[in-house]
Design a protein around this ligand. Structure first.
Ligand SMILES: NC(=O)C1=CN([C@@H]2O[C@H](COP(=O)(O)OP(=O)(O)OC[C@H]3O[C@@H](n4cnc5c(N)ncnc54)[C@H](O)[C@@H]3O)[C@@H](O)[C@H]2O)C=CC1
Ligand SMILES: O=C([O-])CC(=O)C(=O)O
Length: 383
């Protein structure tokens, strides 16, 4: 015999699944979905995916539907959300799924969300760099962040759209303009670099990748992706050859996939996996779990660059602690100079006056370089 509470809970869950996504087909049932009583499922977090019908968006939506921490899942895109939503809503997991299509439904998709994940935007094709996506994706991220400012200003925001090195500062500018910027809540997703690093290092060492943890710092493009192989857990050492091979493979992992897909896009499945791993960490932080630490591209004072990826501790307010780089070996210090060079060149090339990147100056970089004790010969490459 079920208690009254259990019965009403079951009815609420069934009704929640019958509750129509905004773009569902009309059923022939006497019980129309819009008449159902419950508007949400189990207690849990409300998550929106913006760009949910895309190569990343679809598997990401599927994996988030399987996440027990999620009670409501909003899928937003400018195309194809009805089909994706209908499909995913049939999965017998706890989260209730609703679909939203087109700009006029963006606000509805965002209202009340705890976490917003943004994989909206174009992917690259062979021969392109992530920075080549800047012109299109910057505008997309800007519009979506304006919606977030208005409808869920307290949400944690995970930015996947490339180039992450620029889309995150753009999101910050939008939030500042709206007066709602909290750097703790804005995170660029660099988890795929960590996932790749764990996999490739495990291959070299003959370990299970699940046992390996490689911090990857810097940014998310080419030489800005800086795996700290001297800080791998479990502790291990690499030959110079292994270090070169691993660093290059991790830095070029995205290009490896773009070339293999030969024009059909970039990493989607591994990215969806990485995005869910990261989103789950954010949700566990929001729930108040202790010791949730992942790498992310965030507003940072670890170096003089205004945004930088390092290990961060996630909590109820988002990023609650940013860890320093830790001791770097000579190879990693020289890689860090290349990382800085890249950022500076990008800023100069794109003349980004409105972006806070420009706030960094050569003199402040000198302080950073002194701080990390680079050999002075390497400084020359900066000037
Ligand atoms: N941070 C990372 O590690 C990674 C980032 N990416 C980036 O993620 C982005 C998405 O990649 P894919 O899913 O493969 O591309 P895709 O083209 O398959 O999907 C993108 C989706 O975004 C949607 N979209 C476009 N404009 C939109 C708007 N204004 N509002 C809402 N949705 C919009 C499209 O309709 C499409 O469904 C790309 O910029 C790619 O470079 C990809 C892999 C890894
Ligand atoms: O390489 C790309 O364009 C997509 C991406 O960011 C990655 O796979 O790391």
């Amino acid at each position: 015999m079920e208690s009254g509470g259990n019965v009403s809970h079951r009815i609420a869950r069934i009704s929640a699944h019958l509750n129509p996504p905004i773009h569902s087909q009309e059923g022939t049932s006497v019980l129309m979905r819009e008449n159902c009583r419950a508007k949400g499922g189990l207690p849990g977090f409300k998550v929106a995916i913006l760009g949910a019908a895309g190569g990343i968006g679809q598997p990401l939506a599927m994996l988030m539907k399987m996440n027990p921490l999620v009670s409501v899942l909003h899928l937003y895109d400018v195309v194809n959300t009805p089909g994706v939503t209908s499909d995913i809503s049939h999965m017998d997991t706890g989260a209730v799924v609703r679909g939203f299509l087109g700009k006029e439904q963006l606000e509805e998709a965002l209202t009340g969300m705890d976490l917003v994940i943004i994989p909206a935007g174009v992917p690259r094709k062979p021969g392109m760099t992530r920075d080549d996506l800047f012109n299109i994706n910057a505008g997309i991220v800007k519009t979506l962040c304006e919606g977030i400012s208005k409808c869920c200003p307290k949400a944690i925001v995970n930015v996947i759209s490339n180039p992450v090195n620029s889309t995150v500062p753009i999101a910050a500018e939008v939030f500042k303009k709206a007066g709602i910027y909290d750097p703790r809540r804005l995170l660029g997703v660099t988890m795929l670099d960590v996932v790749r690093a764990n996999t490739f290092v495990a291959e070299v060492l003959g370990l299970d990748p699940r046992e390996v943890n490689v911090p990857v710092v810097g940014g998310h493009a080419g030489v800005t992706i800086l795996p700290l192989l001297s800080q791998v857990k479990p502790p291990c050492s690499f030959t110079a050859e292994e270090t070169e091979y691993l660093t290059s493979r991790i830095q070029n992992g995205g290009t490896e996939v773009v070339e293999a897909k030969a024009g059909a896009g970039s990493a989607t499945l591994s990215m969806a996996y990485a995005a869910v791993k990261f989103a789950d960490a954010c949700l566990r932080g929001l729930r108040g779990d202790a010791g949730v630490v992942e790498c992310a591209f965030v507003s940072s004072q670890v170096t003089e660059l205004p945004f930088f990826a390092t290990r961060v501790r996630l909590g109820r307010k988002g990023v609650e602690e940013i860890f320093p780089l830790g001791p770097l070996n000579e190879y990693e210090r020289s890689e860090l100079v290349m990382c800085f060079n890249y950022f500076i060149n990008f800023i100069i090339m794109h003349e980004l006056p409105s972006i806070s990147f420009i706030a960094l100056s050569i003199s402040s970089l000198r302080i950073t370089l002194d701080y990390i004790q680079l050999p002075s010969s390497l400084l020359i490459s900066l000037y």
